[in-house]
Design a protein around this ligand. Structure first.
Ligand code: FAD
Ligand code: NAI
Length: 474
């Protein structure tokens, strides 16, 4: 007899493994199927995020930032370093260790929460609202049944047409995170989140980095003031970013040659030791056999879902990168928890208006809510306030005074509509803004709250004061 579960989750990334844990916590018998494996064939749950995304990229960003500090900032602190050098193999080893700690942590959490883990590929065999049959193909093959299925199969990198990834010279995110030595000339196609984060890692370690971006505007999703400041800082760091380019040909031989038209339409050629292609990601439903049950996908291949992650099939749900919305780990997690709660008959809450965005460059960039340009287009009257880290005591002590906090509030009600930060620890600072917006706070509310001194968070309070033209320290 096949094993049967209340909930079977297909995919063990942040959407899937978190959904499985929450479902099990709620007393539902739960299984999670994930096919990711280590080089020696062992299970490696955590998906893109843990294996070739959020976690390894932040590990390498930290290592390269440490090197950058040692090379450029320590002397100012009176610390002399002689014979400084980069050991990329050790950096990669540390990164792999951090990834493994996370893989092991998830396996431990499955055990602790009594989630049954299957290592292999899950695919639909058939079924209906009365129960679905799912094939698990791993070391062995078996069929399990589920009252509810949560599809959390994630996304894959998009390749340039006609230029497949070889992960030796033409790299996707996995290849970009496993470069064995510092490339002299590194090309990056796409000045999006991956392009900027990976470009920063290798630039800090000494590569000559050239980023080629199709759009004429830089960081179009960010607030214009932040994008402008970021462009200025990245240029100073030596990241070359060309906007408005049209790639015409990529030739891969001993190295990679990219032919493109620049923004003026002039033909250009650039040759690189390695090329990272980071032009977005596509939903992954490979091998899921969605046709076996009639699971609907949209034209772009995303699993079609409503606001509450219900698919067209009763008792089949989908979360994370494989459905509409931002491709972010924390968005996937929130959807996973909400779906588990809905299956258990409880309320599931995801507020898409307060999903924070972070780009882990140096300085970090983070925002929540709407940009000033979006609000203008919508005809909303706003008041804005900004405060530079240059005037923040903690930032001065850290020696990291680039950037600012900008707060946007409704001109009539003073409700906070967006907070945009470029500066040190923006990824941590943004949480205060998320909480404030979730509770419907006004800029006055933030201005009235006592913030610790000296702390970077005082810049957020001062930005709130600036909305009312009454900063104290600037
Ligand atoms: P995934 O993490 O992709 O997990 C899907 C899992 O399902 C995988 O393990 C896959 O092997 C498995 N699977 C697929 N099909 C099957 C099947 N049929 N059977 C069994 N298993 C299957 N987001 C952030 O919020 N912050 C960051 O800092 C960040 N950094 C990133 C850096 C990089 C380089 C990249 C590429 C992405 C980054 N992201 C970041 C995005 C984040 O990784 C994704 O949004 C997140 O992983 C999506 O989670 P998911 O659970 O939907 O899918
Ligand atoms: P992206 O959507 O962030 O950026 C892709 C960029 O490539 C865009 O600027 C786009 O205009 C450009 N582009 C597209 N086609 C092009 C072409 N032919 N030539 C030149 N430029 C082209 O996608 P990216 O960087 O691949 O990352 C994928 C997703 O992963 C992100 O959208 C994000 O959701 C997630 N991610 C999140 C991170 C974070 O939260 N810190 C870090 C890294 C990735």
């Amino acid at each position: 007899m096949s094993k049967s579960f209340d909930v079977v989750v297909i995919g063990g990334g942040p959407g899937g493994y978190i959904a499985a844990i929450r479902a099990a916590q709620l007393g539902l018998s739960t299984a999670c199927i994930d096919e990711w494996k280590t080089a020696d064939g062992k299970p490696a749950p955590g998906g893109t995020c843990t294996n070739v995304g959020c976690i390894p990229s932040k590990a390498l960003l930290q290592s390269s930032e440490n090197y950058d500090h040692a090379a450029h900032s320590f002397a100012e602190h009176g610390i002399q370093v002689k014979g400084l050098s980069v050991d990329v193999a050790q950096m990669q080893k540390r990164k792999d260790k951090v990834v493994k700690q996370n893989n092991d942590g998830i396996l431990y959490l499955f055990k602790k929460n009594k989630v049954t883990f299957f290592h292999g590929r899950g695919s639909f065999l058939g079924g209906d609202a009365g129960g679905y049959q799912i094939a698990v193909a791993g070391k062995t093959e078996e069929t399990i049944t589920a009252k509810h299925v949560i599809v959390a199969t994630g996304s894959n990198p998009r390749a340039l047409p006609g230029t497949p990834f070889d992960n030796s010279l033409v790299l996707d995110n996995a290849g970009a995170l496993a470069i064995p030595d510092v490339p002299k000339r590194l090309g990056v196609i796409g000045a999006g989140v991956i392009g900027l984060e990976m470009g920063s890692v290798w630039r800090r370690l000494g590569s000559d980095v050239q980023i080629l971006e199709a759009l004429p505007t830089f960081l179009g999703a960010a607030d214009e003031a932040v994008a402008k400041e970021a462009a200025k800082v990245f240029k100073k760091q030596g990241l070359s970013i060309e906007l408005g380019v049209k790639i015409s040909k990529v030739t891969v031989k001993k190295n990679v040659t990219v032919e493109y038209a620049d923004a003026a339409g002039t033909a250009q050629t650039a040759t690189f030791d390695r090329l990272i292609v980071a032009i977005g990601r596509v939903p992954n439903t490979d091998g899921l056999e969605s046709d076996a049950v009639g699971l609907a996908l949209d034209q772009r291949g995303f699993v079609t879902v409503d606001d509450e992650c219900r698919t067209n099939l009763q008792n089949v749900w989908a979360v994370g990168d494989v459905v509409r919305g931002p491709m972010l780990a924390h968005k996937a997690e929130e959807e996973g928890v909400a779906v588990a709660q809905r299956i258990a008959g409880q309320y599931g809450h995801v507020d898409f208006n307060t999903v924070p965005w972070v780009i882990y460059t140096s300085p970090e960039i983070a925002w929540v809510g709407k940009t000033e340009q979006q609000l203008k287009t919508e005809g909303v009257e706003v008041r804005t306030g900004s405060f530079p880290f240059m005037a923040n005591g903690r930032a001065r002590a850290l020696g990291d005074t680039t950037g600012f906090v900008k707060m946007i509030a409704d001109a009539k009600t003073d409700r906070i509509l967006g907070v945009h930060i470029i500066g040190p620890m923006a990824s941590e600072l943004i949480s205060e803004a998320v909480v404030a917006m979730e509770f419907g706070a006004s800029s006055e509310d933030i201005a009235m709250i006592c913030h610790a001194h000296p702390s970077l968070s005082e810049a957020t309070k001062e930005a709130a004061l600036a909305v009312d033209n009454r900063t104290l320290n600037f």
